[in-house]
Ligand binder design. Sequence first.
Ligand code: PGA
Ligand code: ZN
Length: 423
Amino acid sequence: TIRTVTARAVLDSRGNPTVEVDVVLADGSLGRAAVPSGASTGAREAVELRDDDPRRWHGKGVDRAVAHVRGEIAAAVTGRDADDQAGLDAALVALDGTPAKSRLGANALLGVSLAAAKAAATAHGLPLYRYLGGADARVLPMPMMNIVNGGAHADNPLDFQEFMIAPVGAATFAEAVRMGSEVFHTLRRDLLAAGHSTGVGDEGGFAPALRTAEEALDFVMAAIERTGYRPGTDIGLIMDPASSEFYRDGLYMYTGEGVRRTSAEQVDYLAKLIDSYPVVSVEDPMAETDLDGWRELTARVGDRCQLTGDDVFCTNEALVREGIRTGVGNAVLVKVNQIGTLTEALGTVAAARRAGWATVISHRSGETEDTTIADLAVATGCGQIKTGSLSRSDRTAKYNQLIRIEEELGATAVYAGRPHSGV
Ligand code: PGA
Ligand code: ZN
């Protein structure tokens, strides 16, 4: 039973305040969770409640969300059974009472939802991945490592937000991390040698002043090869253009290149990139409002490339079902704070899986030292995690947690490797 619920504002990786919640059970078990925060958010995400007081935290304060946890939410959930996650989350959703969780804030609700799960796991003496995933939870996810940052995550001219590497050919998760780290450091040397900045963006990837996706992809390809790996066989490429961010009035506006592309031209361009490089997955290749474009691209390359919906689905089960019905992509990015409770996020994973779609557990660009998503990736057995670069502790904390889980699982651990479902 839940004995106390409290909350506070702590700092996220961008130095903005975010909600951290402590749930303590009657037996003294503590669960603590800090809520992440996005920069390139989808229009239909659950609402992150901010104070909007320009005199404090530049308007980004979370005092209202913290007060909701300490007041109304604590009063409603104290005495509840923490083992009944579905019941707890349904109570949180009902208490808020709005479609987008705008009254109490998805940041308030998610903090309580995750902290309760962690407290329950502690009470059972189980690691979170085992408490949520059962004895079968033993698949370590293939990491999507974001080593070049652009778009809303950096101040460079790159229009695409993320260029990632995926060690599809690694034997273990720990080896995948080593391979990623080696390529990351080769890339650093290469960028430096070419006269580029090696400063990093919000997710810890380099943010050089490159102008086109091809330039970024060529640097990454060269780094993979120079490190001694085979592109495509050992390490695949992944992009998140985050296209909604540069889609205006029906056109994709490439400021780095100084060109604009129609939806049909965007489909052609993405298809060309997918066929010219060993690309295993592209996230948000088309804008969240360009569903015809999404369907075009899915029909064109969906048989040979994972097309992952982030902004277009917002981890919302109803939106995912609609996408499955209408042929929008073939995979779902899962960000717990886009929907606001653990149970709903797991429902989205289950709905995608029933359709044979892949799912990717994901961080946000604003993160903390909280490593819950690492456990979630193993608990769901989804086989893929996106949690940033090989630098910055807010990103590496998740990799480090997965290294520990792999060690704990010992010989029963399985590294997921190359994604195949839905492709
Ligand atoms: P965000 O970016 O957390 O800033 O939304 C991550 C993504 O687009 O995948
Ligand atoms: Zn995205």
